[in-house]
Design a protein around this ligand. Structure first.
Ligand SMILES: *Cc1c(COP(=O)(O)O)cnc(C)c1O
Length: 395
């Protein structure tokens, strides 16, 4: 009789291969010192890696609200449909819906959970899911879990999306896009996407994780920035892990659709609701985002300053007017080498490599925050120009 193969052998073999290629991932625990400075492996660094675009993660008002509510109660104790959904959750969802002009809002523990819970409830076998090639991994995974036919169109190429749809006119279709792309910082043409969805009688789901708080009046995000009414983007997904400075996510949409999801979104039904203190803290975060025009203005100034210096010093930035400013380096080893040189100079800037980005497009992902000082952004640009001029070779 032949011997049963070890189920771990394949995983360990893949890992060994990644280690040989220096593509293996690792955790590096950090210690926050203040809003932008961290200690990693004993070294103090200015953090250009976090998505805390408005600097709310270190905001004392938000922290105090979190602490006060947490002193009353810890966990929610159950999933939302059992008894985990408190008045605090309801208030937060209501405030978000009113603010964004959507009928209903459904809260989730994370954006990843939201995508995996929602997409399979919207479409299934026999349906189509049209998705931008550079959409976030959770959207891809949600589509795969749904069993729908996943068709990925070329980045921002709605002509391609239309061609893919035209070939299958009989099938129900969901079109999915990030509003701001997480590794590129560029933006989807939301008005054109809405028009395409309307023409093709497709449902449109937009993930605005990186636009919320940063773009649009009061930071209402990409849909508001584009001047679109909520019905143009009927399903809007947002997260609290970026500008809101905490964690979690929500889906905004028509009341009857949200109502129906309560019976089908498995990731919601079978998962413990976030603590009520978390919802209370998010209500404060929402107020800070709404009043955050000074933070947004400072952030826009830092983005402009960084791009002007990069242009002057030939730093190869991708086009982006958002806080995500990628420095395209191409080769994964080069990106790693530049990242570790910057780390030695006091800056935390992650190298983003395949498979997170397409092969040959490894990059540094600079994330700017209203918590940064202009001098820190200038220091980063100076260091980058210096390291790139050295023609840093892999160690
Ligand atoms: C961060 C992010 C997510 C995932 O949200 P989490 O709350 O971190 O799970 C989803 N979509 C996009 C575009 C993101 O950037």
């Amino acid at each position: 009789m032949s011997e049963r193969p070890n189920p771990l052998a394949a995983l360990l073999k893949r890992q060994q291969r990644r280690q040989e290629l220096r593509l293996a991932r690792a955790l590096h625990p950090i210690e926050w010192l203040d809003a932008t400075r961290v200690r990693v492996d004993g070294r103090e660094l200015i953090n250009f890696a976090s998505n805390d675009y408005l600097g709310l993660a270190a905001d004392p008002e938000l922290g105090a609200a979190f602490a006060a509510a947490a002193a009353r109660r810890g966990g929610s104790g159950a999933s939302p449909l059992i008894c985990g959904y408190t008045k605090a959750h309801e208030a937060l969802a209501g405030e978000l819906a009113t603010w964004l002009g959507y009928e209903r809002v459904l809260l989730f523990s994370s954006g990843y959970q939201c995508a995996l819970a929602v997409i399979p409830a919207l479409i299934g076998r026999g349906a189509l899911c049209l998705m931008d090639r550079l959409c976030h991994a959770c959207l891809i995974d949600g589509a795969r879990l749904s069993g729908a036919k996943l068709l990925r169109y070329r980045h921002l190429d709605l002509g391609h999306a239309e061609t893919l749809l035209a070939g299958r006119p009989q099938q129900p279709a969901l079109i999915v896009s990030d509003a701001v792309f997480s590794m590129d910082g560029d933006e989807a043409p939301l008005a054109e996407l809405a028009a395409l969805a309307a023409r093709e009688r497709a449902l449109l789901l937009v993930d605005d994780a990186h636009g919320l708080g940063v773009l649009g009046p009061e930071g209402r995000g990409s849909v508001a920035e584009a001047g679109l009414a909520p019905h143009a983007v009927p399903l809007l997904m947002d997260t609290f892990g970026k500008s809101f400075g905490l964690a979690g996510a929500f889906l905004a949409g028509p009341a009857e659709l949200i109502e129906a999801l309560l019976s089908e979104a498995r990731g919601l039904i079978y998962s413990t609701a976030p603590p009520p203190a978390h919802a209370e803290a998010l209500r404060v975060a929402l107020a800070l985002v709404r009043e955050g025009e000074a933070r947004r203005q400072k952030l826009r100034g830092l983005i402009e300053r960084f791009r002007a210096l990069a242009a002057a010093w030939s730093i190869p930035l991708l086009p982006s007017r958002t806080p995500i400013q990628p420095v395209l380096l191409g080769d994964a080893e080069r990106a790693l080498a530049v990242s570790s040189r910057l780390q030695a100079m006091g800056f935390l800037v992650p190298a983003i490599r395949p498979p997170t980005v397409p092969a040959g497009t490894a990059r540094l992902r600079v994330s700017l925050s209203a918590a940064h000082e202009e001098a820190e952004v200038e220091a980063l640009a100076t260091a980058l120009a210096e390291v790139l001029a050295e023609g840093t070779k892999p160690a």
